[in-house]
Design a protein around this ligand. Structure first.
Ligand code: C5P
Length: 318
């Protein structure tokens, strides 16, 4: 049996400009992604039985398995699960290199810490980590540029999770350029009891007038002095209670708040780690907040790991 482990970060959009919907259904974006320190871990193993076996384990922030959220993941049809689709995408390449005759199948175990349908690219991070782990285990030798291209076929946020750091996304958000601007952010994150579907938020955005025909792809470091997200109003229209959650975080000491991506997770930018901890702790009692976390960014993109972090080793042993 062979095995590889990889991790990939979630993201927060520091800036998200949305243009007019295109005939392919997608909206052109100009966005700045910051990869943040909440990471997904994927363990891949060869197995003799053919096919792909997949297990999603949703982890609680303090340790242990979140059984309710794990059940939500299990209910997603496999063909729609980005981890499964990432493995399907690389399997023909593995077969072409002879893996089909020795170990036909693969098992994937995903340790999720990012919210499901939360606007932090949790599913995309799972796919990014899966691509990197399988590239290693099957010795496919794919370069980062090749992985970015394959990742974009799975979902618009997958390239940002692969590349990490700070990046400018154009096109569907999948055409990336690395930004080397120096920055360190501390975040308190408030995760909501119920996720929001990205297509629903884009549809609401269109109903509310939609985006402009022309988007400038020019973004400067100073544009990131404060957060801006064109999808905030649409997310608030679908979930009015998010406004009060955002305002409460600022009363508690956060500098500013924005919906992360298409929401409903709210990202509070804080001036220090200690303020982020205070805000996150206090937000746990706010109505509508299911879970909170503290994160920092920017952090590195998807990478091979020599092992699982200790809290995940405990979970894997259960
Ligand atoms: O690419 P991904 O599968 O993550 O996108 C999910 C959905 O979000 C798309 O089917 C589309 O409805 C919407 N979307 C969009 N414009 C984008 C990215 C996503 O309309 N740039």
């Amino acid at each position: 049996m062979r095995e590889a482990i990889a991790s990939a970060p979630g993201k927060i959009n520091l800036r998200l400009k949305v243009g007019e919907q295109q005939p392919d259904g997608y909206h052109p974006l100009v966005t700045v992604f910051e990869a943040v320190s909440m990471r997904e871990y994927v363990v891949v193993r060869t197995r003799r039985a053919p096919g792909i076996s997949l297990r999603d384990i949703v982890c609680k922030p303090g340790g242990g398995i979140d059984r309710e959220q794990s059940a939500i993941m299990r209910a997603i049809p496999q063909e729609e699960n980005l981890t499964y689709r990432a493995a399907e995408l690389l399997r023909p390449l593995a077969s072409a290199q002879g893996w089909g005759s020795t170990s036909a199948g693969v098992s994937l175990t995903v340790y999720k810490s990012l919210p499901i349908a939360g606007g932090m690219a949790g599913g995309s991070a799972d796919a990014a980590a899966t691509l990197v782990a399988l590239n290693e285990m099957w010795e496919l030798g794919l370069s980062m540029d090749q992985l970015l291209m394959l990742g974009a076929r799975l979902g618009a946020d997958v390239p940002a999770c692969l590349l990490g750091g700070l990046s400018l996304g154009t096109g569907r958000g999948d055409k990336l350029e690395r930004l080397d601007w120096q920055r360190e952010d501390w975040w308190a994150l408030a995760v909501n009891a119920q996720g929001l579907s990205t297509p629903d938020v884009f549809r609401q955005f269109d109903r509310m007038g939609g985006g402009s025909q022309s988007l400038s792809a020019e973004v400067y470091a100073e544009d990131l002095a404060s957060l801006s997200n064109d999808l905030t109003e649409a997310a608030l229209a679908l979930r009015p209670e998010l406004q009060a959650i955002g305002e409460r975080g600022v009363e508690l000491g956060a500098s500013e708040w924005a919906v992360s991506g298409s929401g409903p997770t709210i990202a509070f930018r804080c001036d220090s780690e200690s303020i982020a901890v205070v805000v996150a702790n206090a937000m746990t009692t706010v109505q509508g907040v299911r879970m909170t976390a503290v994160a920092h960014g920017p952090v590195c993109g998807a990478q091979i790991e020599s092992g699982l972090p200790v809290q995940l080793v405990r979970i894997s042993a259960t």
